[in-house]
Design a protein around this ligand. Sequence first.
Ligand code: GLN
Length: 485
Amino acid sequence: MVDSIVQLAESVRSGERSAESIATETLQRVDAREPSVRAFLHVDRDGFVAAAREVDAKRARGEQLGLLAGVPIAIKDALCMNGVPTTAGSRILEGYKPVYDATVVAKLRAADATLVGKTNLDEFAMGSSNENSAYAKVHNPWDLDRAPGGSSGGSAAAVASRMCLGSLGSDTGGSIRQPASFCGIVGVKPTYGRVSRYGLIAFASSLDQVGPFATDVRGAARMLRVLAGRDAHDATTLDAPVDDYEAACDLPVKGLRVGIPREYFGEGIDPEVNIAVRRAVSCLEQFGCIVKPVSLPHTKYAVATYYVLATAEASSNLARFDGVRYGMRKEPGPDLRAMYGATRDAGFGPEVKRRILLGTFVLSSGFYDAYYLKAQKVRTLITRDFDAAFNEVDVLCAPTAPTTAFRLGEKTSDPLAMYMSDIDTLPASLAGVPAMSIPIGLTANGLPVGMQIITPHLQEARAFAVAAACERHDALHVGAPPAFA
Ligand code: GLN
C-alpha cells in the first residue's frame, strides 16, 4: 500500500484501486502487527469492510467520491462512533455504545474514508504515555519497549506502524503533538474552535480540540480540510472560512519570519532533540526563512497553570459518570449515593481520581481565588506572550517535547515527571493557537524527534507551508519504523 493518504485516495477516486482491496490489505496488516503494537481497543472489521464496499458501489454508480475515498482511518476511543463500543480508555464506560456519530466521524464518512476502529488512549485522555489506559499498554512501533506518548498513543502508533494511514486524536495539552513526535508522524492540533468537539468525550472543555494524525504533511492537510468548520452542534466552533490546507503545502516559505522561543531550549531538553530542531531550523534558513530568537517569558508557568485549569474542568465534566446514564454500575445496596460512590470508585483509575480530587480542591470555596482565578490570569499572560511574539514573527518553531519516547514504566510512579513531559505543548493549548508536530529526524539510537510549528489563530495554512517545506528536505526525512516499513 502506498504511504500517502492523498495518493491512496486518488487511486480509489480514479478507479485504479478498489476500497475493498485496501480494506482487506489493511486487516491483514492489523492481524500481523496489532499483537506487538496493541494500538486498538476495538477493530470494527464488519463496519470497515462494509464501508469500503459502499465506497466501491458509489463509484460503480458513477458518483463522485470524496477526498478521503477508501483511506483507512482509525478513531481515538474518546470519540463517539454510532453503535461501536466507546470507552475513553475507562472501565466506567465499559459496554457503552453511542447512538450517534461525533461530527468529525460523520465528516470522515461523508468524505468516503473507511473507519478501521477505535484506538487506545490514556483514561479520559489524561496522560502522556498511554499507560493510564484501563485496558492495555500501547507499544511504540520504533521500539516496542517504549511508550508511544499520550494520550492519543493508540492513534499515533496505529499510523506509525502503518495499520492505517490516518487517525483522529484529541489534544487538550499535547495529546496529538507529543505522541506524533514520539512515533515519527505528523499530528495537528488546530486552533481552538476550528474543529467540532460534538461527540468528543469532554476532558477540559476550554482546551480540548480534535485533530488529525497522518503519515505525511499533505495527508494531514487533506484530513484537516475535511474536518474543519462550523458545526451547529458545537457552539464553540468558529465561523471562519476553511482554507485549502493542501494547496498551502505548495506555498513558498521564502521571507517568512521564523521565531525560536528560547524558553523551549532550556533545562531538561535532550541534547539530541536540541540538535535535531536546530538542524531543521537551519534547513528553513536555506529555504529563505528569516530566523530570529524570541521570548515567551511566561512559559515556565504553563505546567502549573494547565494542571489547575484542566483538572478543575475535568472534575466538573466527569461528574456525569455516575452509573445512571452510561456504562458500568455497582450497586452495593439500595442507597443511591452509595451506588454513585461504588460506581465511581470501581470505574475510575488512579490518575483520573487524582485529577478529580485536585480539580475539586482548586474550585472549592476559600481556595478558588488562590488557584483557579490565579491560573486564569496566568493563562492570559501566556496568551499575551504569543500575541507579542507574533508581532515580530510569522511562525514559531520549537521542540514538541523535551525528549524522545521514554521507556514504558519509566515515569509511571512519578506523576510530576510525567506532567513535565508536556512542558512544550501546554502553552499553545492554553493560548488556543494552532500547533503541529512533524518528524524531523532520528536520534543515534533510532528514535524519532518532532518539531512543533506554532502559528497565530486560524493560520494553520502557514504552518502547513512550513511543515511541507521541511518534509521536502532530504536531511529531515523520516519514513516508517524499520520493523513496519
Ligand atoms: N498529557 C496531558 C495531560 O495529561 C495532556 C493530555 C491531553 O492533551 N489530552 O493532561
